[in-house]
Design a protein around this ligand. Structure first.
Ligand code: MN
Length: 144
């Protein structure tokens, strides 16, 4: 199967969805599901794009993400560290690690993300979680 790139980070017959989770709409982020595997490869390959100034959810979960930065640059919180990332960087997000992507430059941040098709729901921070995270000034300034 070939899914043809049709220009401008869109692919043939792949709808561009506004990214939502648990009824919450996150800031300036779209999702495209490029491939959904079968029992031999029970995973999905998605393309997310965060507009300049936008961000993904601050979350953690049991399932793991493999991410490849595909377009632009930005910053990512991984556990207790913030990294600047750019095209072709590869990221593993292990189970139950707080993570959030931000398009901090003046360009979109686009990334491919591989996940299990069957996966647990992300856990969002409680007030107590936020207080713990905010003990680190860099993280306090980063998270949205
Ligand atoms: Mn996640």
């Amino acid at each position: 199967m070939l899914i043809r790139h049709t220009g401008n980070y869109n692919w043939d017959d792949v709808p561009v969805l506004v990214y939502k989770e648990q009824g919450i709409c996150f800031k300036d982020i779209t999702r495209q599901v490029l491939l959904t595997g079968d029992s031999e490869l029970p995973c999905q390959l998605r393309y997310f794009e965060v507009a300049p100034g936008g961000h993904s959810t601050l979350e953690h979960h049991q399932h793991v993400h493999f991410v490849v930065i595909f377009r632009g640059e930005g910053d990512v919180l991984l556990g207790d560290r913030i990294y600047h990332v750019q095209e072709k960087d590869v990221i593993e997000i292990p189970a139950h690690i707080w993570h959030q992507f931000k398009a901090t430059a003046n360009v979109p941040l686009g990334f491919l993300c591989l996940v299990n098709t069957e996966r647990d729901k992300p856990i969002l921070p409680t007030e107590d979680d936020l207080k713990l995270l905010q003990k680190d000034p860099a993280i306090a300034a980063f998270i949205r």
